[in-house]
Design a protein around this ligand. Sequence first.
Ligand code: TXA
Ligand code: MG
Length: 303
Amino acid sequence: MMDPEQQFIQAVDLLKRGELVAFPTETVYGLGASVFCEEAIQKIFTVKGRPSDNPLIVHVGKLEDVFLLASNIPQRFYDLAAKFWPGPLTMVLERRSEVPSIVSAGQPTIAVRMPSHPLALKLIQGVGKPLVAPSANLSGRPSPTHAADVFEDLQDLVPLILDGGECSVGIESTVIDLTREPPAILRPGSITREEIESLIGSLVNLAGAQDPIRSPGMKYRHYAPKAKVHLVLHKEHLPSAPQYLLSSEELPSAIVFNRRNFYSHLRQADRLGVSEIVIYCDSQIQKDVGLMNRIFRSSGKNG
Ligand code: TXA
Ligand code: MG
């Protein structure tokens, strides 16, 4: 076993040589590659089994990194970055032509975010280049929130997984498209629409809460365990003896879940080999738009 400092040095070296490294962020673990290394980025799609039309997020270590990636940057970007970066907010901007188009799956835009996890920031700074990173799971599986989850999906497929403990947020970043006027949320997360609107004014609603052309990722079944998921929104609709019950409030024989540990419980259900998961959401948790989106999608519905 290498100590964490040796692992870090190896991670920087691997990334500089065009290899992949999984690393922690505050949202979920990411599978990283250097942004200007097309071959490495191609490997990300192969390793994850990711559809080639699903664009990737670029992780920056400092604000100026964005100038390498995007052009015609609107004032709103600076306002949002000042308030929410480093943190779980991804912004879609116009892509510079120097950035390989494979990063954005051919789209003329680029998604950027500055993570707040200290190890993620240190890694980006160590490599000296922004890192492309999707969630470090096999495509379609729940996102990883522990190094062990990454290990479960990718142990034979990536040379190194950095361990930064449990992710503190637990669901992926909020994605906002700043190339449209007014801007629109493409993927809800822990930073809410209300928080964003209080800073930059009204956002537009996308038809059906998502737009498959502009945010291809949202059209795929996602975040799903192997078990069949039943969502229950009213306590009186709970089945009498569910095999595996996740509940947002204390109930007899239920496992209490929250935003941080939701994916982890889905993975645990798979490890136990359960065939059905019942998820009860009380009225309080139903207000968490980001978490409810993931819960709907884990049950095979678009939320
Ligand atoms: O919290 C997160 O965002 C995590 C951590 C690792 O940073 N990353 C993550 O990446 O969730 P991924 O690849 O699993 O999801 C990226 C999402 C997809 O829904 C994708 O369609 C959208 O961001 N996206 C990326 N680039 C885009 C672009 N140029 N235009 C529109 N949507 C984009
Ligand atoms: Mg993902």
